[in-house]
Design a protein. Structure first.
Length: 107
């Protein structure tokens, strides 16, 4: 019975840590760029686009497709950085826990 209570206490503690980590991740921002910095995107930890900056030299009628591709590339660059931060924070939080390989936590 003592083990069960101890385990429940650790589960509550871990839940509180996960919740704090999720809040920290949500407040994290990552910037991505494409075209050598001609297009820059800033994403929140929830992958919401916070800002988009486009160099004025890209505003030409015949370059619309290039601009669209650069925006997508910058967004993907920022998203991969957000995911890397999330993975690192998860790894720090779960260090030493017996979690099976490939198991994804709920965030």
């Amino acid at each position: 019975m003592k083990d069960l209570l101890g385990m429940m206490g650790k589960a509550k503690e871990m839940q509180a840590k996960f919740q704090a980590m999720q809040e920290e991740i949500a407040n994290t921002e990552a910037s991505g760029q494409a075209g050598g910095g001609l297009v820059q995107v800033v994403l929140s930890g929830k992958s919401e686009m916070r800002s988009l900056k486009i160099d004025p030299s890209l505003f030409k009628e015949d370059d619309v497709e290039v601009l669209e591709d650069l925006i997508v590339a910058a967004h993907n660059d920022a998203r991969s950085k957000v995911e890397a931060v999330m993975q690192e924070k998860s790894r720090e939080l779960t260090a030493g826990l017996p979690i099976p390989p490939g198991f994804k936590l709920p965030f």
